[in-house]
Write a protein that binds this ligand. Structure first.
Ligand code: DAH
Length: 338
């Protein structure tokens, strides 16, 4: 009776598989596995002819009963499976749009930085990069900011080991470039800067600047003003005006802050310009003779202008962004708007 037991086991196995199936596809797979051309039951029926003639009728009978039982069960289960899970009957709409693929794209700060760099490159400036990790000499001393000089206080610094620090401004690149060559020099230098600062709507401990430096014989304040006007019109629109107000920077004399007319309200006053009509975007000035001496340039022979602008400061009014934190949070809902 070993054979009958074996068939009984096969039958139970098929019934439990059927029990677990829940779609037409699964039921069909079971049918193929057991009753298909190479199915297990089909194969056993074919093998009967090789058996001892004495057992052939018995085996044949048992297998045929199994076969018809399974056929009935398959049929019954087929009726039972609910309509919606019959995959082959599911409606497929070929006119539906396909899955959308999200493409990456540039961050608004990168786009703004690239556009600013482009404007200056068209005016003949070359791009130079400097290290984020600087020495006190390049970040402060060579820029006429000796130790204990009060101007260091407003640039609260992240100090590292071995007298290194995270640069607080891109101005040290001026020194590195001037040290490495003779005038004329006409460079811009974009990059990251770091200051111990709160992370709030208008401050971030990491931010971006573009430094500019032009040194040659007879470079004047008018050259600086002309260059800045060209920049402001290219970035904020043809009708943009610029205004310089006196300021103090240790590495320039005279020094000024540069304001552009608000691109949103055209000087009428709005939330973007805090109702002043103007937006402050950078510092600038004529290179201080002391800075020239530090790099071995003769201040009687050469003059130059320099400027340093905050890229966030330029980007925010262009797009009407009121919170600097948005730049650094990497929220896709923000980033994908640009
Ligand atoms: N480094 C200054 C800052 O971070 C900005 C600046 C002002 C750069 C005047 C200059 C300059 O090159 O001439 O506040």
């Amino acid at each position: 009776m070993k054979f009958e037991k074996e068939i009984e086991d096969i039958k139970n196995e098929i019934l439990s598989e059927l029990n677990l199936s829940s779609s037409k596809k699964e039921i069909e797979d079971i049918r193929i596995k057991y009753l298909g051309r190479k199915g297990i039951i089909t194969q056993r029926l074919k093998d009967i002819k090789n058996l001892d003639p004495k057992v052939r009728p018995r085996h044949g009978k048992v297998l045929n009963i199994l076969k018809s039982t399974i056929e009935e069960e398959l049929e019954r289960k087929g009726q039972e499976v609910p309509k919606e899970s019959r995959e082959e009957e599911r409606f497929f709409d070929y006119t539906m749009p396909g899955d959308r693929r999200w493409l990456g794209h540039l961050h608004p700060l990168t786009t703004t930085m690239d556009e600013i760099v482009d404007v200056f490159v068209r005016m003949g400036f070359t791009v130079k990069y400097g290290p984020d990790v600087e020495t006190e000499f390049y970040n402060f001393e060579a820029l006429n900011m000796p130790k204990d000089h009060p101007s260091r206080d407003i640039q609260d610094t992240f100090y590292l080991e071995n007298n290194l620090l995270l640069r607080t401004q891109t101005s040290p690149v001026q020194i590195r470039v001037m040290e490495s060559r003779k005038p004329p020099v006409r460079i811009i230098s974009p990059g990251r800067c770091y200051r111990v600062d709160n992370f709030d709507s208008s401050h971030s401990p990491v931010f971006h600047q573009i430094e500019g430096l032009y040194v040659d014989k007879n470079v004047t304040l008018s050259n600086l003003i002309g260059t800045l006007n060209t920049f402001a019109k290219a970035i904020f629109g043809e009708s943009t005006r610029t205004k310089l107000t006196p300021h103090y920077f240790p590495f320039t004399e005279p020094s000024a802050e540069v304001h552009v007319s608000c691109p949103f309200c055209k000087e009428k006053g709005c939330t973007t310009c805090k109702h002043t009509g103007w937006i402050e975007i950078m510092g600038c000035g004529m290179v201080h003779p002391e800075v020239f001496r530090k790099v071995g340039y003769d201040p009687d022979k050469y003059t130059g202008f320099a400027f340093g602008m905050g890229i966030e400061r330029v980007c925010m009014p262009r797009y009407g962004i009121h919170d600097m934190r948005l730049f650094f949070e990497n929220d896709q809902r923000f980033i994908h708007q640009f």
